[in-house]
Design a protein around this ligand. Sequence first.
Ligand code: G4P
Length: 535
Amino acid sequence: MNNFKKNKNLLEEIHKRRTFAIISHPDSGKTTITEKILFIGKVIHNTGSIKPKKNKKYTKSDWMHIEKKRGISITTSVMRFIYKNKLINLLDTPGHSDFSEDTYRILTAVDCCLMIIDASKGVEEQTRKLLSVARMYKKPIITFINKIDRDFKNPIKLLEEIESEFNIISSPITWPIGTGSFLQGIYNLKSEEINFYSSFFNNRSDLKKITGLFHPHLKNFFDYNTILNIRREVHFLKKNFFIFNKKEFLQGNLTPVFFGTALKNFGIDQVLQALVEWAPNPLYRRTNIRKIYPQESKFSGFIFKIQANMDLKHRDRIAFMRIVSGKYFKGIKIKQTRTLKNLIIRDAFYFLAGERYFIQEAYPGDIIGIHNHGNIQIGDTFTEGEKIKFLGIPYFSPEIFRKIRLKNPLQQKKLLKGLFQLSEEGSVQIFRSIQNNSLIIGVIGILQFEIISDRLRMEYNIEPIYENINICCIRWISSKYVDKLNFFKQQNESYLGLDKDNLLIYFFPSMINLKIITARNKDIIFSKTREYQIM
Ligand code: G4P
């Protein structure tokens, strides 16, 4: 196959790229860090332009009506900028935990994650949830412990907490000197540089850093006890924690840990440096046939997100594609391998805080937005002809369920059309009970119901009614043994349903019930996730 025809330009572009997403619990500082990163990357020229102050004007990225109403960020934007000759693609993730399914899929499109932890709170629920998915995909993870300008937990305890929570080795790279109002600087264990925290020193020195814990000028900045303490701590760290090892990091076994404060823009440049230096180039992706490597000359990519109503005037839907191999250029003809239809892409773009920027060329690792006239689904693969299907973009079992119906049953067709559209965008999952054909929808977070109502009202002019239903979770069911599966179906009909692609599922009323049923039926496979439709 001459798919690997050497293409110097393509290789250079691949080596230039870093694609990552930020994982965090709400309020730990993701927006502030994103803003500082964009500031350092010279995308914005003053901070405060991405995140609105409370009760003030909403950001441009608040595309959807519901976002405006609630003041939360649901949608994803892709930010790109050059830093130290590398092109960085940063994928923003929904700020609210109710939309974490979206974040799970976004993680399939990145090669590395930046995990933010609030120093005073340690590992929190949403981070725990998202990181477990990132770990499942074996993504390399960089950790930033934020808000060290406030009093916080013992930093050694934080390192231990990361290790025990995520079963990963934490390797401290920077270390705080003092905390809260006594924060004086950070020490980099690799470069041995001490960066002074200018707020503490009231900018009284032009000197911003010094190298070495035995530098003769140290005593001009720190008192004797502070110097002794930091030497002791560093000695302890070197003895008790792993020295950074790039191979272990790339395999997802070790996370380099940085400390800093996003608000004061202190310590973030060191994280960006790590991203440029250590994070992987765009990586290969698996398909149902073979692995696809970025350096292959033929174009390929997959859709991981569909966003509706980015521009209400145009009612447009945008499909976000991660490029896996080859090169995108304006006018490229590609095949949607699910339908075998050809598509000519004349205008691909990326978004930054709601603005559209047209792209003439894009390479592996890049994320491009393309217009979707209702024929593109999450999980779709596009190639220059090869009939493959990228794997690993899962549906997750929803966590909250409702029966849905309309005040006016004559509009049922409209309801189905609307729900199918929303499910193709990944906003909801639809099921039908086999026993009575009732329509059941499942989501990860309760706010999603509000979005669904809003969208159905605005776009389809229908008013849905939700009813509580006794379902706690679902599992996709299958078996190697047709007769056993048929017997199981006969015995359990009232608990069975079909998803939108007519795959069989089991509605579990409680976790106890789940335990009992799965224990009693060893020949039946109960899956918590399912891949997007395979060709
Ligand atoms: P999120 O996107 O993860 O939800 O967090 P966000 O950046 O919105 O930050 C949450 C709050 O934490 C904000 O305060 C923000 O200013 C503050 N914050 C972020 N980084 C730091 C830090 O390094 N140190 C300190 N002390 N605070 C930090 P807020 O009062 O909720 O909002 P705002 O009115 O300041 O915008």
